[in-house]
Design a binder for this molecule. Structure first.
Ligand code: GLY
Length: 366
């Protein structure tokens, strides 16, 4: 076991203990004991991870005197649903998990969002703990307290803010993560670097090869630096009211539209990579960003095996319609987190539709 970092993130009146390291997954139970212990635990995971990652967590909790049940949902985003949440409430009722219990999520973003939502709502909120197993969940989904499920009217429409008490991130889980999913997660890392930390952007450029080789110390550092950036932003605007947390949407306004219009055939991170390129071009057309920044960002994304141009054409009308209805739009006008430079983001909503269209066109196949 190698511990890379073990710290408490402080929120308004609450804190989250975050442990990053190699071989640390079973430490979840010791962390749960350290924060006071729980009478019962429900461990939520998906069918692909149950044996390898969730079962050892159940065993570890039981060895620390916390009786634990295991609930397995089918893999895939379709499980982020009220139906699956309802099944999990049945498990909690059957196990007798009360206010002194804990809901533990072991998995990627789907599992951490779903388990977090169930923990946020069961008995008006019980403690949650997360063991993210994908890079996207390590550096984004598990930090900052956003939980939720999808609805037929849209993704993440039902949810709650509820910070986990403990997050244990085992970099060993990334050794089995498919290369495409590792790269997809890296899009969020590039996003964090681009909006707040130019030296970290340069660090990605210098370490791309080790990152892509799943080098554990390198990934430990990458995860840790991402958590610092995200926690700093979230702590200043926990409920996305002050326009600061909205800066995390860089690449996501156009990215979400591409993801939806392509019928979710692209990974979220791939859509975000395309969205970041398009939104940089948008910022340049508004005269706020040097075009050289777009070239530097695109080159880095390509180095990390992320797309900077679509392989299929896109229904531009459907993209415009999606942008008008986006849940972050203000009276039908999309809101963007744009760059004025690396480390200098700004939220902007009065962007001419024609410029948005041109920016999206710029990532269409040649
Ligand atoms: N994923 C963006 C946020 O947590 O606010």
């Amino acid at each position: 076991v190698v511990i890379h970092n073990d710290r408490e993130l402080e929120w308004a009146g609450y804190s989250t203990r975050v442990v990053v390291g190699s071989g640390v997954l079973p430490q979840l139970s010791a962390c749960c004991r350290d924060v006071g212990g729980f009478s019962r635990a429900l461990v939520v995971t998906d069918a692909q991870l149950a044996e390898s990652y969730a079962a050892p967590v159940v065993t570890a909790l039981e060895s620390h005197g916390m009786p634990a049940g295991l609930a397995v949902v089918p893999p895939g985003d379709a499980s982020k649903s009220l139906d699956q949440a309802s099944r999990l409430y049945n498990h909690l009722a059957k196990l007798g998990v009360g206010r002194d219990g804990v809901v533990v999520g072991v998995g990627g973003g789907m599992v951490t969002d779903l388990a977090g939502f169930v923990g946020a709502t069961w008995m008006r909120g019980v403690t949650t703990a997360l063991c993210p197993t994908s890079l996207e969940a390590d550096i984004d989904a598990s930090i900052g307290g956003k939980t939720g499920v999808n609805h037929s009217a849209g993704k993440n429409l039902i949810g709650a803010f509820h910070h986990p008490r403990v997050v244990v991130i085992d970099t060993d889980c990334l050794t089995t993560l498919p290369d495409r999913d590792l790269s997809a997660g890296l899009a969020e890392s590039v996003k964090h670097a681009a909006i707040s930390d130019e030296p970290f952007l340069a660090w990605h450029e210098a370490h791309a090869a080790e990152i892509l080789e799943h080098d554990r110390p390198c990934l430990g550092e990458l995860i840790d630096r991402n958590i610092t950036i995200k926690a700093h932003i979230v702590a200043r605007d926990e409920r996305e009211e002050g326009g600061i947390r909205a800066l995390l949407n860089f690449g996501h306004t156009i990215g979400h539209a591409i993801e939806a219009v392509c019928d979710y055939r692209l990974r979220h991170g791939e859509s975000v990579a395309l969205g970041m390129v398009a939104e940089c071009r948008l910022a340049s057309s508004l005269g706020i960003l040097e075009p050289a920044c777009t070239s530097r960002l695109s080159a880095l994304l390509e180095k990390l095996h992320l797309p900077t141009r679509l392989h299929e054409s896109l229904d531009l009308e459907a993209v415009s319609a999606y942008l008008r209805l986006d849940k972050k739009a203000v009276s039908g006008t999309p809101r963007f987190a744009l760059l004025k430079g690396f480390g200098a983001p700004v939220v902007q909503s009065d962007v001419p539709a024609e410029l948005i269209r041109k920016a999206v066109e710029s990532i269409l196949p040649r």
